[in-house]
Design a binder for this molecule. Sequence first.
Ligand code: NAX
Length: 370
Amino acid sequence: MTIKVALSGAAGNIGYALLPLISSGYIFGSKAVELRLLEIPEAIGSLAGTKMELVDCSFPCLTDVVITSDPLVAFNNADVIILVGGMPRRKGMARKDLIQANTKIFSSMGRAIDEVASSDVKVLVVANPANTNCLVALTEASRIPTKNFCALSYLDHQRAKGQIAKRLGVPTNSIKNVTIWGNHSESQYPDALSCGYCVDKDGKNVPLSDLLADDKGWANNEFITSVQNRGKAVIEARGLSSALSAAQATADCLKIWLVTGTKAGEIISMAVYNDQGYYGVRDGIVFSFPCECRNGEWFVKEGLQLSEFSKNKLNITEEELLEEMAAAQELIGSSPMKIRSVSMSTCSSVASLATAATESDMSVYLTSRM
Ligand code: NAX
């Protein structure tokens, strides 16, 4: 079976860097992939060139590339939808106006998903304001379980690992289980200490709370602001926003969520719909939590002991998300957002996914699913 992957904003910076990761098998291995590239009409012309390049790459698994400005065409029976396209913040634009402009876009995306996507579709929202765009889309797509949606906070997660690794003088990938809490914005709380650890050269897991015990001032200050402002720092240095790292984080988030799962003892940060009031956070918003992934599903890792410092940081980012939700609601006109809670029984493929989980071969998972 062919995996139908829709990508909105395909002609943009991130879209261009993401296409080879989707088409080459990096995410879905040897499974056949059909791409649907969604753009605004003005950008359709440039996508014709991108399609030529994709053909010229001769990716063995890429079976077809469809270019369209109609979400109903792009999302028709789609198995995976990656929403990267949105309204960028223009100079002088108030945050509320940005939220409302994107609420219109993500409301229509959500309705199109509801109308034509596979009932088992998985949706990853990248476009900013990512958490609230995701909330709007999942609100409108009432046929699809909320559990099938998430917004990208994995780039922030990777940025946090990079900062800690640099501080400790170790490879980035030896740092595990940092957590991004809350919004993908400057209010996010990058948390090194609640469950972070470093795999040392002997393969031993050493808690970051031990390694940074004499450096708590850094962990609770510069570390946090450097991750919160990393996107800006990239723009200042490059003259363009993050695209390579954003595309890589998007691909890795999808791969871990849908294909490989998290490794034993590891979590990733994902912004997911909070219908359980996890960690005392108000339900009804899309909030980044530490998550484990198994069988194509995410599960918030519960039970971490949070310090008063951390709880305060969670409150700040929660507050911002509630304000964003209120701004979106002014347009959508429902209060509270008309959300369904997750019904596991609605996920037709849960049983088949469980089978695949026992065999870490993702092709088994995808075959059983599609
Ligand atoms: P670009 O401006 O290069 O590309 C965006 C593309 O979306 C454009 O080609 C535009 O024509 C298209 N588009 C706009 N409205 C659309 C619609 N209604 N339907 C389909 N396509 C539409 O931006 P890029 O650098 O690719 O960034 C894309 C989005 O990712 C932005 O919203 C950006 O803020 C967000 N980011 C999110 C990150 C995250 O971690 N969640 C990090 C990177 C990035 O900043």
